[in-house]
Design a protein around this ligand. Structure first.
Ligand SMILES: [Zn+2]
Length: 280
């Protein structure tokens, strides 16, 4: 069973014009993306063609930079009803855009959200800002930890207009890993392309920190993480499709399979790590 832990199926209508332009410029097949965002069935057929059994569908509240409001959560929870075993919803609560963070988090738990996303460069905050007075962020981590829901944190740069890249440094996740030891933390993109060493350190240092390789061209993966095999047990396959620079899910899978790594490590990254986080 292969899981892609990082695919963006989003309410495309919510994109701000500048963010939408940034998407369209890089995507010759933008109509297909729109179709998939409207039809889970069409998207499931695409996953079949790509040999992907399950996909975690990433959504997050980021009104300033991307345009997404909290409605994105309802969107994705409804979307996955078509195939709840294959489509796992990921949502978010934004500390500055929620009236009652605890209530909103508990609502997401009731909706059976399978992961919470924190996107520092798009949400304009540091992942450890609860140490700087943003108590709402502490509540988000607490509720997730209590309910065994993993949190994915975007690490690395973003080229969307208005994104602030200082927030993308994974070192700020170190505090979160220390303060919430039972919370599973997934480092999306492994700090690419500036902070891979930090990401690798954090995965090795903290039992609760995992690596999501999405957004890294598979052909460059071992250049970025030469010792990937050592952390295979905590590494997850993901594509970040249809993000800029990720033309096709199946191509990524093929490129990943062609890497000079042991079959055991590849199987672990494609299948087993995700199954340990979201059992089938
Ligand atoms: Zn992404």
């Amino acid at each position: 069973m292969i899981t892609d832990c990082h695919i963006h199926i989003q309410p495309v209508e919510m994109f701000k014009p500048a963010a939408l332009e940034a998407m369209k410029r890089k995507r010759p097949n933008f109509d297909q993306i729109v179709e998939f965002c409207h039809s889970a069935n069409a998207f499931l057929k695409y996953l079949d063609r790509c040999e992907i059994d399950r996909a975690v569908l990433i959504n997050y509240v980021a009104p300033e930079v991307i345009g997404f409001t909290a409605e994105t959560n309802e969107f994705i929870v409804n979307y996955v009803k078509e195939a709840p075993k294959r489509l796992l919803p990921c949502g978010s609560v934004h500390p500055r855009h929620s009236q009652d963070v605890r209530k909103d988090m508990e609502h997401l738990v009731r909706l059976n959200i399978r992961m919470i996303k924190v996107h520092p460069p798009h949400q304009l905050l540091y992942p450890n800002d609860y140490l700087n007075g943003v108590q709402e962020l502490r509540i988000i981590y607490e509720v997730a930890e209590q309910h065994g829901i993993p949190v994915m944190i975007h690490t690395g740069t973003s080229i969307f207009p208005g994104a602030r890249n200082k927030y993308g440094d994974p070192i700020f996740v170190d505090d979160v890993a220390v303060d919430f030891p039972k919370l599973k933390l997934l480092l999306a993109h492994g700090g690419r392309p500036l902070w891979m060493n930090t990401a690798f350190f954090l995965v090795r240092r903290h039992p609760n920190v995992f690596l999501d390789i999405s957004g890294i061209p598979p052909k460059l993966l071992l250049k970025y993480f030469p010792r990937l095999e050592e952390i295979a047990g905590k590494t997850l396959f993901g594509t970040d499709w249809p993000g800029p620079g990720v033309p096709d899910v199946h191509q990524n899978l093929e490129d990943f399979r062609a890497l000079p790594m042991s079959d055991g490590a590849k199987h672990q990254i494609l299948s087993k790590t995700a199954l340990s986080i979201w059992p089938a």
